[in-house]
Design a protein around this ligand. Structure first.
Ligand code: GTP
Ligand code: MG
Length: 441
């Protein structure tokens, strides 16, 4: 699918991948290449323009993330923007159980409406629904015949009684289908070579009378920007609920798929990727973007790094380096416990620009510390200096430890407080001692 696009975009990415720094000068050429690839794929020029502006702005303003190259980061920015123009998140085709649902399929002649009716029925049946199709093309008797044949071949019931009055016969067919227990009722409407008033009026009337739950516009992915223009016209008149782009398996360049949602403001719900029954896919902007970029590995790498950076920020915010109290320490332990194995978390914290990789900390070491802090009063936690002999005895008893444990913790805590204070000045080397501190408890 869109192999040519993927190939060209990868050539353009090559220049980006190696960049060790990003500045206005060196990013210009790779971005120009990317822009050219999009335009050659027949993506709407306005969509290309705004996408590339965003990529440039974000690439130059990006915060550097350790462990990935700036070039990889730009690829991820491009991916994120692409995902946005594709609709960002999946727009579900919702099928409610125990509630008959009507779906109206519209589109130009030969776009793939009838094929979609059958594919969608197959999809619904796999999800445990009971689909049926209604012929709603009064102009070509062959259309109803085609549906009947396809329905028979796939074992999907077709209601094809059509009279002079299309609205009336469609409503009757829907009633019949409902009475027979079908819960996904799909209407195959007539296609025209071009959009014309009469056709639109008929569809608008059908929509008003039947009030379908979904109206899916089928567009031919091979026709590029023409498909987008058609979609805009349909949207003005009919305000459909979702788009289906067909024939993306062939030589489609990608322009339709890549601009459709941004131009119409409507979600792509399915794509057609072949003539067979199962050649239908729910459209997921993220998966589609990563598939056509062929960059799944880089994207997940950057996502992980970004995620780690977010967690670092959160931890750093919580970690008060001046006046660190037992209460803070306790909160940190709770926080760390929620986040996962402490060893892993600490590895991600950038102390003095370096991580704490190599530091051996066992989760069990925290259990004793936790018990000791648990036995302290609020004042003791905030101001450990008040912990005298009597208090020590009480804490030891309460935590099932002994005075030595309390003394050790106090000594180590005071050392740690000092260390945290000096931390930003001295960096990681001093902090390496933390291992010894925890190790002793
Ligand atoms: N390769 C490919 N062919 C498709 C796809 N969807 C439909 N087709 C083919 O496109 C042709 C037209 O499909 P139809 O489903 O008959 O189109 P239609 O919109 O119902 O056409 P009219 O009823 O005449 O307006 C058929 O030969 C289908 O097999 C697809 O996703 N991929
Ligand atoms: Mg048809």
């Amino acid at each position: 699918m869109l192999e040519e696009f993927t190939e060209k975009i990868n050539i353009a990415f090559k220049k980006l991948r190696g960049l060790a720094t990003i500045n206005e000068k060196n990013i210009n050429e790779p971005l120009r290449d990317l822009k050219r690839v999009l335009l050659e794929a027949d993506v709407n020029y306005k969509v290309v323009k705004s996408l590339m502006e965003q990529v440039q702005k974000k690439s130059l303003g990006q915060e550097v993330i350790r462990s990935i190259t700036p070039g990889q980061q730009v690829i991820k920015i491009f991916y994120d923007e692409l995902k946005k123009i594709l609709g960002n998140s999946t727009s579900e085709f919702i099928m409610r159980p125990n509630n008959p649902m009507t779906v109206m399929i519209v589109g130009l002649q030969g776009s793939g409406k009838t094929t979609l009716c059958v594919k969608l029925s197959h999809y619904a049946r796999k999800k445990g629904r009971k689909p049926s199709i209604i012929a709603a093309d009064p102009y070509r008797p062959a259309a109803a015949k085609q549906l009947e044949i396809m329905g028979k071949a796939t074992n999907i019931p077709v209601f094809s009684r059509i009279t002079e009055d299309l609205i009336l016969s469609t409503k009757e067919n829907i009633e019949d289908a409902k009475k027979s227990g079908y819960d996904i009722i799909i209407m195959d409407t007539a296609g025209r070579l071009h959009i014309d008033e009469e056709m639109m009026d008929e569809l608008v009337e059908l929509k008003q009378e039947v009030v379908p739950d979904e109206i899916l516009l089928v567009t031919d992915g091979m026709t590029g920007q023409d498909a987008v223009k058609t979609a805009v016209e349909f949207q003005k008149k009919l305000d459909f609920t979702g788009i289906v782009i067909t024939k993306l398996d062939g030589d489609a360049k990608g322009g339709a798929a890549l601009s459709m949602s941004a131009v119409t403001g409507k979600p792509i719900k399915f794509i057609g990727i072949g003539e067979k029954l199962g050649d239908i896919e729910v459209f997921h902007p993220d998966r589609f973007a990563s598939r056509i970029l062929g960059m799944g590995d880089i994207i997940s790498l950057v996502e992980k790094a970004e995620h780690a950076t977010d967690r670092e920020r959160e931890l750093q915010k919580k970690l008060k380096l001046d006046n660190f109290t037992f209460q803070d320490f306790y909160d940190q332990i709770q926080q760390l416990k929620k986040m996962g194995p402490i060893q892993q978390i600490l590895e991600m914290i950038p102390f003095g620009g370096k991580s704490l990789k190599g530091l051996k900390i066992d989760d069990k070491q925290f259990v004793k510390i936790e018990a000791l802090i648990n036995s302290m009063t609020k004042e003791e936690r905030e101001n450990p200096r008040i912990i005298n002999g009597n208090r020590k005895k009480r804490i030891a008893k309460g935590s099932g430890t002994n005075i030595e444990d309390v003394n050790r913790l106090l000594k180590q805590f005071i050392q740690m407080q000092k260390m945290l204070k000096n931390f930003s000045r001295f960096g990681l080397k001093k902090f390496g001692k933390m291992q010894t501190l925890f190790g002793g408890i």
